[in-house]
Design a protein around this ligand. Sequence first.
Ligand SMILES: C[S@@+](CC[C@H](N)C(=O)[O-])C[C@H]1O[C@@H](n2cnc3c(N)ncnc32)[C@H](O)[C@@H]1O
Length: 272
Amino acid sequence: MKRTVRAALDEAASAIGAVDARALATHAWDVTRAWLAANPMQVLSETQEARLASLVAQRTLGQPVAYLTGSREFWSRDFAVGPGVLIPRPDTETLVEAALERIGGEASICDLGTGSGAIAVTLACERRRARVVATDASPAAIAIARANALAHGATVEFREGSWYAPVAGEAFDLIVSNPPYVAAGDAHLARGDLRFEPRGALTDESEDGLASLREIVAGATGHLLPGGWILVEHGYDQADACRSLLAAAGFAGLVSLADLAGIPRVAGGRRE
Ligand SMILES: C[S@@+](CC[C@H](N)C(=O)[O-])C[C@H]1O[C@@H](n2cnc3c(N)ncnc32)[C@H](O)[C@@H]1O
């Protein structure tokens, strides 16, 4: 016997939880959450049932929901994601908020390690007259970020290469980065969604997870205009280390900003 929306959702929820079940059902059936709520007694076709069952099976094996649906919301916009890029995290909105507070309309911005383009595309959308350059060492990430910029009508210059190499000789009003900062031996790398995300987006293989942050902070003065800001996201236990790196590099007006859970996750400073 064919099943109703409610019966299929209940069964999926018992395997993967109600939130993930709804997210996968909206994707599998190409409907909205409002439609699910309004049509609990709708009878599903075999194809619809099979589509949801396949996604639930993959989720049960640990595949991130965002990779199964192909998108994740960031700063109220949908970003295409796939196994080649980090899934944007709500915590990173703290970095975007801090960036928007510090730049005017015509600022020049450099996003290092852009991934899906979540930060660069959001800043370009929120500051239409800004000049935004975004770099990443991963060609797969650059391709996805480019598609996201196109989808949101954002003008971003994408360049492939390691940290400052693609912006040699250039200086900006703002440098932002959410680099890999998980320590190489951190057990979280073997848990949850992180198992499926590109390792190079999560860790730079350093023992303390700070190698990329060291390189980015050390190189920032040479790529910032006078009065320009650097803002970096870091791990929950790296705030003091980042502050020391910024102070050692000669930055003024050091700031430490907390994420939605109240944990310091963004550090920044101003070039005098
Ligand atoms: C934590 S992810 C951040 C992605 C995105 N900015 C975000 O916030 O969702 C780090 C990104 O840095 C990139 N990356 C790693 N090493 C790099 C390097 N040496 N030079 C440039 N990008 C690098 C990775 O490919 C990845 O896209």
